[in-house]
Structures are given as structure tokens and as C-alpha cells.
Design a protein around this ligand. Structure first.
Ligand code: CP3
Length: 353
């Protein structure tokens, strides 16, 4: 793992954050903690702010982005913020017809089926997403020492939406293209990798202190298919960012059969879902592994006694890693009581290394 250079100017704080220290395998007083989907529907202040504004419109307003990103930081005292945006934002910014339908997710006007359909996927220019640059710059100032995590959807997960036309349980059309039209498949993922990399670079250039590549649906694939059809493209996103000086987190759900490959793609931190213990994840990734995870999001709805036991277990198992970033195995569920999230943060902070 490359040791991130943290004093590279921009407006990042000179003292490495707990997140950066964990990424570099340097123990801190306790594992840094943040939650995927910490900004969003579990927070009443979010619902209030978002009322009457469509998701993609909200994602283009720097003031809204800033406020929604800050809400969970203020409320929970987490050790990192994640930019309020969505994985389809860079695609919408270059003109792809996509809407985010409440309760459904991203829906695509014209799914990608043939080579001519790729024309819409031109390269992303920073000028396409001025609201991202503006929001990140402002947030980095407002957050002070707390790092802002920028993110992008990974090529496979983006391709799944574009090929299926919307959310999918079985990813059947996506897999059919992967195996049946491999030339088209690789051309599609090539283009998505360029867009994802540029989207991450825009956020890093504006001061993001870490980036996460979300390959949420890669767990639908076998190890062999991941290695052949996906890994080269995710590597094309992450590898060129090795010198950017910020930790690179690589996350998927159901990807425990190929955590080592996700690490090899160019990740400093590998996200782990709840299906295996963190010490087993470390064994699979190899010596020096730094992991993020892995509380089952459903457990935030369980009794505190159960939740506390599980959080303690995860912190204990995380000690097998060179660094551990406490998180969920996937995003916060909408029905989660925010007070419980705060309580988990306090608990993890009380469990020193
Ligand atoms: O707090 C955060 O994590 C930051 C914000 C964030 C959102 N989407 C906001 C959002 C992040 C990091 C994402 C990433 C994202 N978007 C992923 C990868 C993460 C994951 O969960 O696996 C994926 C697969 C998407 C696609 C997407 N966008 C889905 C599945 C949905 C939910 C649809 C629904 O309504 O059930 C969205 C919409 C979305 N993105 C919402 C939020 C807060 C809900 C929209 C709303 O509040 O109206």
C-alpha cells in the first residue's frame, strides 16, 4: 500500500486524519467510524431540507450538498463526511438521460444495447460538474480536520444501471452482454472507467481527503468473471490515483470471494460486508490489509444489547488488520433511528486499540 502524502498543500489539514492513519496502517486512539449512506433518509433534518426538491436537482446545488453532507457529521460526530451526491451524477452531467425515481433508484431513458449507444458516454470535463468542485471546496473548509470522502460508482455497477435500464436483482442483461458481446462490454467499461476516474479526480483536486469506489453490485459475479471482465476497468480508475495522496477505498457487497482482487485493483482500504468476519477478510486479502466495515445495517434496528455485542466483536476482529475503519457492511437503512447511529459512534470511540 502506498503511504499517502498528506501534506500536499491544497486545503487539507497538515495532521493526518484517523482515516488516513488507518489507511497507512498507523494505529490511532480508536478506529475511525463513518457510515455509508449516513447522509439521507434516516435523518429528519435531511427529509425537511429535501422536501420539494428532486434528488438530481439537489445534487446540483452546492449549498444543499454542503448542508446535507454536514448533517450527519454534526449529529453523530463521525470521523469522516461523505459527499452528498449520487453515482449517476457524472453520467447525468455529460448528458445521459437518467432520473432517480424515489423508492426505485436510477432509471435510464435509453438502455445501452449496441456500440452506437456508447456515443453518449463522452469524457467528463471538470466544467461539467462545477457544483461538485464548489461544494467540495466549501466543505473541506467547513469540515476542518474531518476528512471529506469523495466517491464514484465503479464501472461494473454503473454499467449495470445503463444496460438494465434501472435497478436489477439478477443483472441478467448485464451478464448476457458481458459474456455474449465482450467487445462491446469492454468498450462500455473503458468509457465508464474514464468517467469515474475523472469524477474522483475532480473531487480530489477540490480537496477531498479520501475517495471510495462503490462497486455495490459486483457481488453478482463469480471470481473468474470479476477478474476477467471487471477488475481491469476498476484498476484503470484506481491505479492512476495512487499518487494523488489520498486513501482509496474499494467497496462491494457480496464480494468476499474476491476481496484480494479488489485490493489488487489499487485500493488502500477494502470494504467488507457482514458475511465474513474482518479477521477472515484480512486472511483473504493478505498481510498488511486495511479493512472497512462490517456491521450488518439491519442490526441498527435490533436491541441495543445485541448491537453493542456485535459492534464490540467487529472492533475486536478489526484488530487483526493493519488498519480498521469502522462502518456498516452496506448503507444505513431508511428506517434506522438516528439516535442509535450516534450511540454506535460513541461506543466505537470508547473502544480504544
Ligand atoms: O450518505 C451517503 O452515503 C452519501 C450519498 C450517497 C447517495 N447515493 C445519496 C442518495 C451515495 C454515496 C450514493 C451512492 C449510490 N447511489 C450507490 C452506491 C452505494 C450503495 O448504496 O451501494 C448506488 C447503488 C446508488 C444508486 C441509487 N441512488 C439508489 C439505489 C438509490 C435509492 C433509491 C431509493 O429511493 O430507494 C439512489 C437515490 C439516492 N441516493 C438517495 C440518496 C439519499 C435517496 C433519494 C432521496 O432521498 O430522495
Amino acid at each position: 500500500m502506498s503511504n499517502p502524502q498528506l501534506d500536499d498543500g491544497v486545503s487539507r489539514d497538515a495532521t493526518p486524519s484517523l482515516l488516513a492513519r488507518a489507511a497507512a496502517g498507523q494505529p490511532g486512539p480508536y478506529p475511525p467510524v463513518w457510515f455509508m449512506r449516513q447522509a439521507g433518509r434516516s435523518l429528519p433534518e435531511y427529509r425537511e431540507l429535501r422536501a420539494g426538491t428532486a434528488m438530481l436537482d439537489a445534487c446540483r446545488q452546492p449549498e444543499l450538498i454542503t448542508e446535507i453532507t454536514m448533517q450527519p457529521v454534526r449529529r453523530h460526530g463521525v470521523d469522516a463526511a461523505i459527499l452528498f451526491s449520487d453515482i449517476v451524477v457524472p453520467l447525468v452531467a455529460i448528458g445521459v438521460g437518467i432520473d432517480i425515481v424515489p423508492g426505485v433508484g436510477p432509471v435510464v431513458d435509453k438502455p445501452i444495447r449496441e456500440t452506437a449507444d456508447l456515443d453518449v458516454l463522452r469524457e467528463l470535463d471538470p466544467a461539467d460538474v462545477p457544483y461538485i468542485t464548489e461544494a467540495v471546496r466549501g466543505l473541506v473548509t467547513e469540515l476542518g480536520p474531518t476528512p471529506l470522502i469523495g466517491f464514484s460508482g465503479a464501472p461494473f455497477t454503473l454499467a449495470s444501471y445503463l444496460v438494465e435500464g434501472g435497478p436489477s436483482r439478477d443483472h441478467a442483461r448485464t451478464k448476457a452482454m458481458m459474456h455474449g458481446q465482450p467487445v462491446l462490454w469492454h468498450a462500455l467499461l473503458n468509457r465508464l472507467a474514464v468517467i469515474a476516474r475523472e469524477f474522483l479526480r475532480v473531487q480530489i483536486d477540490a480537496g477531498a481527503g479520501a475517495v471510495q469506489l462503490f462497486d455495490s453490485w459486483a457481488g453478482a459475479l463469480s471470481r473468474a468473471d470479476y477478474e476477467r471482465y471487471v477488475l481491469p476497468h476498476s484498476r484503470a480508475v484506481l491505479e492512476p490515483l495512487a499518487d494523488a495522496g489520498v486513501p482509496r477505498i474499494h467497496f462491494g457487497v457480496g464480494t468476499n470471494e474476491f476481496l484480494d482482487l479488489m485490493h489488487d485493483a489499487g485500493a488502500d482500504i477494502v470494504g467488507v460486508d457482514w458475511r465474513i468476519p474482518l479477521d477472515e477478510a484480512v486472511r483473504r486479502i493478505g498481510p498488511g490489509a486495511v479493512v472497512q466495515g462490517n456491521l450488518d445495517p439491519a442490526l441498527l434496528l435490533a436491541d441495543w444489547s445485541v448491537l453493542e455485542r456485535e459492534a464490540r466483536r467487529i472492533v475486536a476482529e478489526g484488530r487483526a488488520a493493519a488498519g480498521h475503519v469502522f462502518n456498516l457492511g452496506h448503507g444505513v437503512l431508511p428506517d434506522t433511528d438516528p439516535a442509535v447511529v450516534t450511540r454506535v459512534v460513541e461506543l466505537v470511540h470508547s473502544l480504544g486499540h
